[in-house]
Design a protein around this ligand. Structure first.
Ligand code: IPE
Ligand code: IPE
Ligand code: MG
Length: 253
């Protein structure tokens, strides 16, 4: 833990310190750096993913604790299917294990689970636990945990275009009435506010096909910390940084 800053270390201190009025409603995170974390330790990349899953637990819990309404985590991209078969298989095993082990936590903490992406491409057994967790948490309204799985921003937009074109052909939609709102209603994230804050770990200054449409006005924070090393303390520091920013949305003050 970094002792050079004054971030609160426990829950009550978090509450005391926070201006809860000014928190991001929706936080999206590109969880990157598991492989590098393992490499630094001369471990197999899979070990990095295992450690990364622990960070997911911490960050989900912290988000719920401090009152984030939507947390979207980029767990697996459409491009990640191009990784070695063994790594993909290990990631799927970890995902299934995570979903099973967090069922109780999600129920106890009033968290609703949702998945965005090409879910149909996931292995059958993963799809089953995912569907079950989503079903049993359906009525929860404390926080929405959105897992981006087999997710790609471009693929999502292609899907939207296909749906809207189909609706225009069927006469349900007039091409002149295609608006930004209509497109938004067709995204996986329909009904959700756009991310206010986008965090990427492990220093890469890129979006990697994440939520292309939705992040138009998101505040971006890139940290060099590798995802397995990402902590509650650092998360809180980033949230405080967000609270100090002036969001202009193209306007003047
Ligand atoms: C993020 O860590 C996890 C996934 C993309 C599934 P990486 O596996 O991309 O780790 P690095 O970027 O190689 O360090
Ligand atoms: C982005 O990380 C995808 C996820 C975190 C799931 P990547 O490691 O796949 O992205 P690149 O290859 O660095 O752009
Ligand atoms: Mg990476």
């Amino acid at each position: 833990m970094n002792s050079n800053h004054s971030s609160p270390a426990n829950k009550s201190a978090v509450h005391k310190d926070f201006d809860t009025e000014n928190l991001p409603f929706h936080v999206a995170i590109i969880m990157d750096g598991n492989g590098r974390w393992a490499k630094q330790r001369i471990l197999n990349r899979i070990k990095g993913h295992e450690k990364g899953a622990e960070t997911v637990r911490t960050i989900v819990r912290t988000s719920r604790e401090i009152g984030i309404s939507i947390l979207t985590l980029y767990a697996f991209s459409t491009e990640n299917w191009l990784r070695p078969k063994a790594e993909i298989a290990a990631l799927m095993v970890l995902l299934k294990r995570y979903l099973k082990s967090e069922k109780k936590e999600m129920l106890d903490n009033n968290i609703r689970l949702n998945a965005i992406g090409q879910i149909e491409r996931l292995p059958e057994d993963v799809k089953e636990v995912l569907a079950e967790s989503m079903a049993i948490t359906k009525k929860n309204d404390g926080m929405l945990l959105n897992l981006a799985l087999s997710y790609g921003g471009r693929a999502e937009i292609v899907r939207v275009v296909q749906e809207i074109v189909k609706e225009t052909k069927e006469g349900k939609v007039d091409p002149d009435s295609i608006t930004s709102e209509l497109i938004t209603e067709h995204l996986y994230t329909r009904g959700m506010r756009d991310p206010d804050l986008l965090i990427r770990t492990s220093g890469e200054m890129r979006i990697s096909n994440f939520l292309l449409w939705q992040i138009a006005y998101s505040e971006i924070y890139v940290t060099d910390t590798l995802w397995p090393d990402f902590s509650k303390d650092e998360y809180i520091r980033i949230l405080k940084d967000f609270q100090r920013r002036e969001r202009r949305f193209g306007k003047v003050e």
